[in-house]
Design a protein around this ligand. Structure first.
Ligand SMILES: Nc1ncnc2c1ncn2[C@@H]1O[C@H](COP(=O)(O)OP(=O)(O)OP(=O)(O)O)[C@@H](O)[C@H]1O
Length: 254
């Protein structure tokens, strides 16, 4: 069965404010969907609803053939929804390499075994090494995770997500706060993830050049509602986006 992720009439209210308003949308494997819209449109809230950080007021979310609306965030992660978090899952006193190895170990289900040192698990070590190379952190492997530069921390977040081998990759402004020379590595990384046509990739992004270079599809949220959905060229050119959403917000125009 083809992997699908779908929200139906997904809604969340904060007091009287409807931050996400009856959003129905489905996401397909092999497609990177960028979620754009002005500040406060509900993009991050929509992400939080999908990954389980927030509970919907109404509506449903289905994933891989099951209703996950009431599933906790950790169970959604286990089901295959991966989200790059700002290193909250990190062991701060361990090195970059040790953190990635632990994430690989967690994914493999291998537990600490006195009689079989983890170093004997060549397969897991090789997997962690491959991920470190993919995110271009091989040369930083020995340093403490918390002393990484901002850009390298974002790469480590992606590495930890990759280690869990999710079916869905969710990126919330992956290049935010990065220096100009750090951005291409992360874009290249996401571009390479796209080559695996079995994965669903979601991206919340303000920078339209990033969206243009990566997205196969764009959806636009405004005041919590889905107001446009289509191929990047069409959506970007549509009057509703040009006039109301992309042309006037400084962050999206940047
Ligand atoms: N926990 C919360 N409690 C109350 N209001 C909230 C909460 N989370 C978000 N909101 C409100 O919901 C609306 C949508 O916020 P959200 O952060 O999802 O927008 P966004 O599109 O991601 O914006 P930005 O591009 O600025 O990050 C905003 O008006 C915000 O103030």
């Amino acid at each position: 069965m083809t992997l699908t992720l779908e929200t139906r009439d997904l809604t969340i209210r904060f007091g009287g404010h409807v931050a996400v308003n009856s959003v129905s949308c489905s996401f397909r494997p092999g497609e990177l969907t960028a979620i754009v819209g002005p500040n406060g449109a509900g993009k991050t809230t929509y992400f939080n609803l999908i990954s389980g950080q927030l509970s919907a007021s109404s509506g449903t979310i289905s994933f891989d053939g099951r209703d996950i609306t009431n599933l906790s965030a950790p169970l959604r992660t286990r089901a295959g929804l991966g989200r790059a978090f700002q290193l909250t899952n990190l062991f701060p006193n361990l090195s970059v390499e040790e953190n990635v190895r632990l994430a690989v170990q967690a994914r493999s289900g291998v537990h600490y075994d006195l009689l079989r040192p983890w170093m004997a698990r060549r397969d897991l070590i090789a997997r962690a090494d491959a991920i470190l190379d993919q995110v271009a952190l091989g040369s930083r492997r020995e340093i403490s995770a918390t002393t990484l530069s901002h850009g390298d921390q974002r790469k480590l977040e992606v590495a930890l997500m990759m280690a869990l081998e999710p079916k869905v990759f969710m990126f919330d402004e992956p290049t935010a706060g990065m220096s100009i020379d750090e951005v291409p590595v992360v874009l290249d990384l996401i571009g390479r993830l796209k080559q695996d046509k079995t994965k669903i990739i979601l991206l919340v992004e303000h920078k339209m050049d990033v969206v243009r270079s990566l997205a196969d599809r764009i959806i636009v949220l405004h005041n919590g509602q889905l107001v446009a959905d289509g191929k990047p060229a069409e959506v970007i050119a549509s009057p509703i986006v040009q006039e109301a959403y992309l042309g006037v917000t400084p962050r999206s125009a940047a």
